[in-house]
Design a protein around this ligand. Structure first.
Ligand code: SF4
Ligand code: SF4
Length: 205
């Protein structure tokens, strides 16, 4: 008797379970689909604005970047992902200036922590959401971020040249004056020492 009772009990719970499953299936059947048809939807797909896919050097509309080659991003990176090469160049006003020569970024080792961007004092780099970076060779993941030729240093105006020359002459004059003062002081000291020495010799006689 109890086996018949168990049979109908199990049958009942099986039917309930079946209808529960069919309810879930039916609900999913009428729910709008959210599957992305990539890459067919490449033109229309909206990527999250803050998605970090790859680092880039920010260029303005004149083809200039703001990187000064300070190396803070390189030192901030926990993975050694960034390698900088810099060079010293002569400026038109006769001074030396450090400039970025090569900015290498290894996408394959980047963990997208953004420490480099956060620490850059010039706001020269940023992450963009261009995620289509698949390659067959790992070495191709090493990118040179400064890909545009460096613009030449701007020429000085005649006024700037005149001001620099005036500053140079003023420094020369100041140096000459200082040297003359030092020479006079040394001569005076030597004369006083000679006088003192002569005086002490006279006292000892
Ligand atoms: S990107 Fe920024 S932190 Fe890195 S070297 Fe250039 S200026 Fe310095
Ligand atoms: S995001 Fe992080 S790991 Fe990637 S380059 Fe910047 S500091 Fe290095």
């Amino acid at each position: 008797m109890s086996s018949v009772k168990d049979y109908f009990s199990n049958l009942g719970s099986g039917i309930v379970s079946l209808f529960q499953g069919l309810t879930v299936t039916g609900k999913e059947f009428v729910t709008p689909k959210i599957t992305e048809k990539y890459p067919e939807n490449r033109e229309t797909h909206k990527y999250p604005e803050r998605f970090r896919a790859i680092l880039e050097l920010i260029y303005d509309e004149e083809g200039k970047h703001r990187c000064i080659g300070c190396g803070i991003c390189e030192r901030s990176c926990p993975n050694g992902t960034i390698t900088l090469q810099t060079k010293m160049v002569d400026t038109p006003d006769g001074k030396k200036k450090r400039k970025l020569d090569k900015y290498s970024y290894d996408l394959g080792s980047c963990t997208f922590c953004q420490l480099c961007v956060t620490n850059c004092p010039q706001d020269a780099i940023r992450f963009v959401n261009d995620f289509e970076q698949a390659v067959f060779t790992r070495s191709k993941l090493v990118k040179q971020l400064n890909y545009l030729p460096e613009p030449a240093e701007p020429e000085l105006t005649p006024e700037q040249k005149a001001a620099i020359e005036a500053e140079r002459q003023a420094k020369i004059e100041a140096a000459k004056k200082l040297a003359a003062e030092r020479k006079a002081a040394a001569e005076k000291k030597a004369a006083e020492e000679a006088k003192d020495s002569e005086q002490s010799q006279n006292e000892n006689k």
